[in-house]
Design a protein around this ligand. Structure first.
Ligand code: AKB
Length: 316
């Protein structure tokens, strides 16, 4: 069957790189990206539509127009911005998801990708090697919306047979597009500022360890999950996925090996610290490894080298 993909919320950090990989895999004519605003650049042969995920009729119209076989829903408000606008975060993250799930049932679209996050874990979840199944008591509105979303996607799978696949993304590190509004964003900003200014003030404290993943691994993992045979998937909420865990101090030390004059300092008080303190330090992803062969390839050293090499040419 010829696949056609409609991606909603495609201009963000993950969407822009995932869309590029999907265009390579399925052909530009078979990947339609959409977002609330036009991207900075659109190639002539790429198909883009303005779409607000809260506009159910707008989504319906695009489904009628393009007849996609797969939907990728990436529109969301992340953890830090979510704390500034909790009602908006809940509305966007929950009603956006419900619109897509309901239309998928109504219009017969079986395959859907929707991202969850390590934010589904909370202060009483184990901190180290956090299991797929454990206590989950998220206390950020973003984490609460993602955990509710996980329950919904599993429900729609069981009740309506939707083939929804999902990953609990850790912080994603990338050089092409900067993230916005997340608690893990420091780990991207640090590279941009190291090259622009030679120094960076981390909004998280030096020993705050968090799970992260390099974009190349995140994109490949997502496509591998979407390609896996449905019978192999034992998780229909969202898969734990691990890459690299490190602290601001550890990443700064690695950056210094390549840029010896780089200096790091730490902010005194930042509201993102409390969110980070409620999240795991490291993730157990054995179910993803067993079910669909997940394997990360970038460690901290390889990631820092790749980030700095690519950012140097981008910023010059
Ligand atoms: C955030 O920091 O909010 C996101 C996430 C871990 O989901 N990067």
């Amino acid at each position: 069957m010829k696949e056609c993909i409609l991606m909603i919320g495609a201009n963000g950090q993950i969407g822009s790189e995932l869309a590029a990989a999907l265009r390579l895999k399925f052909g530009k004519e078979n990947v339609i990206t959409s977002d609330i605003r036009a991207p900075h650049e659109i190639a002539e042969d790429e198909q883009f539509e303005i779409l607000n995920v809260l506009d159910k009729d707008g989504i319906r119209h695009l489904i009628e127009k393009y007849k996609p076989t797969q939907l990728y829903l990436l529109a969301a408000m992340l953890s830090a911005t979510g704390e500034q606008y909790p009602q908006k975060a809940w509305d966007l993250n929950m009603n956006g998801l419900l619109n897509v799930l309901d239309l998928a049932v109504e219009m017969g679209i079986k395959k859907i990708f929707w991202p969850s996050s390590i934010a589904v874990f909370g202060p009483h979840s184990p901190k180290e090697n956090t299991d797929q199944y454990c206590i989950m008591d998220p206390n950020s509105i973003y984490g609460i919306s993602k955990l509710a979303g996980e329950r919904l996607v599993e429900y729609y799978h069981n009740r309506y047979g939707l083939d929804i696949r999902s990953i609990r993304y850790p912080g994603i590190i990338s050089w092409r597009t900067e993230p916005g509004g997340g608690t893990t964003d420091y780990a991207v900003h640090i590279f941009f500022e190291a090259l622009r200014q030679g120094k960076y003030t981390s909004f998280l404290s030096e020993n705050t360890e968090l799970p992260m993943l390099y974009m190349d691994d995140a994109v490949r993992g997502t496509i591998e999950l979407m390609d896996a045979p449905a019978e192999a998937l034992s998780i229909r909420s969202s898969y734990n996925l691990a890459g690299i865990s490190f602290t601001p101090k550890e990443i700064a030390e690695e950056i210094k090996k390549i840029l010896p004059n780089f200096e790091i300092s730490y902010a005194e008080h930042d509201p993102r610290q409390a969110i980070a303190d409620s999240w795991p330090k490291s993730i157990n992803d054995e179910v993803a490894r067993k079910d669909w062969g997940w394997q990360p390839t970038f460690d901290l050293k390889a990631m820092c080298a790749d980030m700095i090499a690519n950012l140097k040419s981008k910023l010059n």
